[in-house]
Design a protein around this ligand. Structure first.
Ligand code: HEM
Length: 339
């Protein structure tokens, strides 16, 4: 084939792709639909999300308005970005909008939505939430672990004072602090540095699980075929590994609690409470050890990263505002004197 034939072929192909693009976007224009940025065949608007989707969405919404329809792969996605419409979604149409999409990472790590964070809004969710509010996270329980929090924070402050004036990685320290506190509250003791059978550490598994919950899974955007892509990219294998590491950890914690030689703890931890509920459950409730594991997943993945990141943000803001920092230090000193 000579040079001009190749050029003509490439141009013809380009023309074909462009025509398909326009036909695809014209065909999908519906006057009753909210505005949408132009889509590509198959992937829709996925290519417009970029590495920081919240920033890309903000930019797109400046152009297409506070209510904008995207097509992420096969999934139509409404993006809301004004307080008035957010109020309509979160208040007026709360019942229709309050369940999260049933995505693959949460599905696997929550034992097929047996938890409360990712479970859809159903009678099951209401029952599990009731158990959490009445039994697991009530104010008496929170107060009973005050000494765990105080001792852990005091030990971190000691450690930082000893390290001074060398810099410390506060993000890392806060993560370890929260990991230790949450382990003691949920499981009765710290598992920091504990190695799993394959050599990964407890805190590494938590970080990997957070990544799995937030990772891009093709199966979420291309139902029926996306799972094949996830197998090729290695996401499926990573998720399975993470699931089994966590499952093994939960099982070890439950077995330790069921050991008849375990000393009676001063305070019931989350696993103690769930095992008590399992033992004394009334008709209709059918709690199993799998439910305990699903709730533990919420506690580990809902409490550690969120709280440590919030604390680092708060410390950063205080460093940027010395006046507020001084005021807070004075308040804390006053509280210490009162104690
Ligand atoms: C600063 C720290 C935290 C932040 C920023 C945070 C953030 C959130 C957010 C945004 C939600 C979703 C609410 C919704 O969809 O309506 C949520 C739900 C939840 N969080 Fe947290 N969280 C934090 C700490 C914790 C802690 C310490 C726990 C301890 C167990 C926890 C357990 C849960 C649970 C169980 C839910 C589900 C509640 C439900 O569906 O009703 N979170 N959290």
């Amino acid at each position: 084939m000579d040079f001009f034939s190749i050029i003509s072929l490439v141009l013809l192909l380009l023309l074909l792709i462009l025509s398909l693009f326009f036909i695809f976007n014209l065909k999908n224009k519906n006057p009753n639909q909210p505005p949408s940025p132009p889509k590509l065949p198959i992937i829709g608007n996925l290519h417009q999300l970029g590495k920081l989707p919240h920033r890309s969405l903000q930019k797109l919404s400046q152009k297409y308005g506070p209510i904008m329809l995207l097509k992420l792969g096969k999934v139509p996605t409404l993006v809301i970005s004004s307080p008035e419409i957010a109020k309509q979604v979160l208040k007026t149409h709360d019942l229709e909008c309050c369940s999260r999409p049933l995505t693959q990472g949460p599905r696997r790590l929550s034992y097929n939505f047996l938890d409360i964070v990712f479970s859809p809004y159903t009678d099951y969710w209401k029952e599990m939430r009731k158990i959490c509010v009445m039994e697991l996270f009530n104010s008496k329980r929170v107060k009973s672990f005050a000494s765990v929090r105080e001792e852990s924070v005091a030990s971190l402050i000691d450690h930082i004072s000893q390290t001074s004036p060398n810099p410390v990685n506060l993000g890392e320290k806060m993560f370890y602090l929260l990991d230790s506190i949450i382990c003691k509250i949920a499981c009765g003791r710290s598992y920091q540095g504990k190695q799993f059978q394959n050599g990964s550490k407890h805190e590494e598994v938590i970080q990997e699980a957070m990544a799995m919950l937030g990772s891009f899974a093709a199966a979420d955007f291309f139902p029926h075929v996306g799972w094949i892509v996830d197998i090729f990219t290695g996401l499926h294998a990573r998720r399975e590994k993470c699931f089994h590491e966590f499952d093994e950890f939960y099982q070890m914690v439950i077995d330790e609690h069921l050991d008849p030689h375990r000393p009676v703890p001063e305070n019931e931890d989350t696993v103690d409470s769930m095992l008590r509920l399992l033992k004394n459950q009334s008709d209709g409730r059918n709690l199993t050890q799998v439910h305990i594991k699903a709730i533990l997943m919420n506690v580990f993945l809902g409490a550690i990263d969120t709280t440590s990141v919030t604390l680092v943000w708060a410390m950063t803001e205080l460093m940027k505002n010395p006046r507020v920092m001084k005021k807070l230090q004075a308040e804390i000193q006053k509280l210490c004197w009162e104690d």
